[in-house]
Write a protein that binds this ligand. Structure first.
Ligand SMILES: NC(=O)c1ccc[n+]([C@@H]2O[C@H](COP(=O)([O-])OP(=O)(O)OC[C@H]3O[C@@H](n4cnc5c(N)ncnc54)[C@H](OP(=O)(O)O)[C@@H]3O)[C@@H](O)[C@H]2O)c1
Length: 220
């Protein structure tokens, strides 16, 4: 017990912060490196907070020789302003983290993508996530896990109008998300975090993509 080490990127976000707490409380991990650009404002004996410049990740490679790498980075077009800037955060940083971690000997790479990720899509967001997944496959980790949640629910301390409206609609119309529509059910950020943790504890998983429905099941 307490033999493993983890690296997490996106630990200030909705999924990432839930996951960070799970990792720190877990008896499986002895050290958790959190790559952040803004302080976490918390302390824990196992937590090693590493303030990084995400444009120069290579300069921090001494922190990448871990067992499990969790990537929960992402942004919105509203915040990023341009598709190029968004792509950098949602694709380039996650892939660069994977590349450095693989070189450093990390065992398992786990990343949050999105439902409907499709690199052939005409729409920017699903195409971006599809390209993320393709680039993750090319990293060629022995084990990689790609999580495709549907709409995320949870308190993110930030107002996102579109997501708030979708979340309210989902809660009111929850009863229709059964049968073939079940896969569109919104999912709590903490459920995704729990599923990522659970998958990381399984041995010899290989390379797997998890749908939102599967994420719900694995988290239980
Ligand atoms: N929202 C949805 O309904 C939904 C649905 C499916 C999939 N997803 C995907 O799920 C993933 C996680 O979502 P989430 O809601 O948990 O994310 P989130 O709460 O928006 O958190 C995003 C994380 O990325 C970091 N980040 C953003 N811009 C950055 C930058 N320029 N440099 C370095 N770090 C940066 C943030 O750090 P700071 O605190 O420093 O900004 C934060 O830790 C994302 O990839 C998202 O696309 C979202």
């Amino acid at each position: 017990m307490e033999e493993k080490t983890a690296l997490i990127a996106g630990a200030t976000g909705l999924i990432g912060n839930e996951l960070l707490h799970i990792l720190l409380e877990s008896s499986e991990y002895k050290e958790v490196y959190a790559l952040v650009r803004n302080p976490l404002k918390m302390k824990h004996p196992k937590l090693k907070e590493v303030m990084v410049d995400f444009e120069r990740l290579n300069e921090f490679k001494q922190y990448f020789a871990v067992n499990d790498v969790f990537v929960c980075l992402g942004t919105t077009i509203k915040k990023a302003k341009t598709q190029e800037a968004m792509y950098k955060i949602d694709v380039d940083y996650p892939v660069e983290i994977g590349r450095i971690a693989q070189e450093a000997g990390a065992r398992h790479y786990l990343v949050v993508s999105s439902m409907n990720a499709d690199r052939k899509s005409k729409l920017f967001y699903p195409r971006m996530k599809g390209e993320l997944e393709e680039k993750v496959r090319q990293l060629n980790f022995e084990q990689h896990s790609i999580f495709r949640p549907s709409l995320l629910l949870g308190n993110r301390g930030e107002f996102r109008l579109g997501e708030e409206i979708a979340a309210v609609l989902f809660k009111c119309l929850k009863f229709i998300f059964t049968g073939p529509l079940q896969k569109y059910r919104a999912i709590e950020g903490k459920t995704v975090a729990k599923a990522m943790y659970n998958v990381a504890q399984e041995k010899e998983q290989g390379k797997v993509v998890y749908t939102s429905e599967e994420i719900e099941k694995i988290a239980k």
